[in-house]
Ligand binder design. Structure first.
Ligand code: 1CP
Length: 350
């Protein structure tokens, strides 16, 4: 079945588009009052993720407000460690916490490789419910955390500023860490393939904490596992959906990322969008990269930033307009309208 608005799919194939596709990381979420209402109705955040009707509803909310060119599965990256038995809790005001973090090599050896259809079937139910609501109008982006980013939370037990405990494994027990990453490669691959079967059109790997690593460690412990996933999606599952690879804080590694087999690279604001596009050199699409704090500015400043970003990138093939990280909960929804209206007005003038 073909998708009616196929700008994102075309950009990922580096084909010409009438205007760049636009979507925003974390476009569904706490900055929207209607999201907070549905979350309250669901009970906890995980109850929301497990409820296909409500999760598909919150995925639709930004599409009703804004002219977006893609939807994204409503779920979280931490569903995989939860399915591996770590016991995920969202403590209000503190974010995710695992009841049983990975502490020893024995814990890694004991970690089950979950059957994603059994343990994570609720995620595939959300994909199918989203497809019913979206029809063929827009592509749906499925996603997973990268093995390294998932390992960060599994070893740390929660989000922290510098993930020092997780990083200490790089030095204390690199082989055990590798064993954990190898297990995660298998589960992430199965999980993304199951999302593809359920009907998503694009896959994205969120490697939020790749930028905590040295260049050499990034290549070995973050990028290589992601490249393995991309290769195994094809070889083990015959899945050839485009994969967007987003390693936050890793723009010095773009040349290495180009070898991963990805169709698109997400970049943050530490590199200018034209430099990132130039470096990608028409080999992969580039998605990004406005600093999300720009959405806390006055409308005039938002218009100016968006205009500069757009002018720098619009003429290059494979440009996907996005933020360099997720929308923050304190962003006024009107500022998101201001950003998107500006981008659309600029597109119309092309
Ligand atoms: O309180 C609430 O209502 C929960 C807030 C929330 C939401 C809306 C969390 C908890 N996760 C999500 C949804 C989510 N998470 C999506 C789908 C929504 C969309 O994009 O429209 C996606 C793609 C994610 C991915 C995610 N979760 C990442 C990778 C991207 C990133 O932002 O860096 C990470 C690191 C997480 C972990 C996580 N889940 C939730 C929080 C608050 C966090 C961050 C924890 C930390 O600070 O370390």
């Amino acid at each position: 079945m073909t998708i009616i608005n196929d700008r994102l799919l075309k950009a990922l194939r580096l084909e010409p588009v009438d205007r760049p596709p636009v979507w925003l990381m974390r476009q569904a979420g706490r900055y929207l009052p209607e999201y907070l209402q549905v979350r309250a109705e669901a009970g906890s955040f995980m109850d929301l993720c497990r409820n296909a009707e409500l999760a598909s509803e919150v995925a639709m909310q930004p599409l009703r407000r804004y002219p977006l060119d893609a939807s994204i599965l409503f779920s979280d990256i931490l569903t995989i460690p939860d399915a591996m038995g770590l016991g995920l809790q969202f403590v209000s005001g503190e974010g995710p916490v695992f009841e049983r973090p990975v502490k020893t090599l024995r814990d890694i050896e004991k970690l089950p490789s979950p059957d994603v259809h059994d343990e994570l079937g609720y995620v595939m139910d959300v994909v199918r419910a989203m497809r019913v609501k979206i029809g063929q109008d827009l592509p749906i982006i499925g996603f997973s955390g990268s093995p390294w980013t998932l390992a960060c939370y599994m070893l740390e037990g929660q989000g922290t500023r510098d993930f020092a405990t997780a990083r200490s494994w790089l030095w204390r027990a690199p082989q055990a860490l590798q064993q954990l990453l190898d297990k995660l490669v298998i589960t992430v691959t199965d999980y993304l393939a199951a999302q593809a079967e359920a009907g998503v059109d694009v896959l994205m790997l969120f490697d939020t904490w790749g930028g905590l690593l040295s260049e050499a460690h990034y290549r070995k412990f973050s990028l290589q596992p992601m490249a393995n996933i991309i290769a195994q999606l094809k070889s083990r599952h015959g899945c050839s959906l485009p994969v967007i690879l987003f390693s936050k804080g890793c723009h010095t590694q773009i040349d290495e990322m180009l070898k991963s087999g990805c169709a698109g690279l997400g970049v943050d604001w530490r590199i200018s969008i034209d430099a990132a596009l130039r470096q990608a050199g028409g080999r992969v699409a580039v998605q990004g990269n406005l600093d999300p704090t720009a959405l806390l500015a006055e409308p005039a400043a938002i218009r100016q930033i968006a205009t500069e970003q757009f002018a720098a990138a619009v003429s290059q093939p494979g440009f996907i307009f996005n933020l360099g990280h997720g929308i923050m909960p304190q962003v006024p929804p009107d500022n998101v309208s201001c950003l998107l209206d500006t981008v659309h007005a600029l597109s119309a003038r092309q």
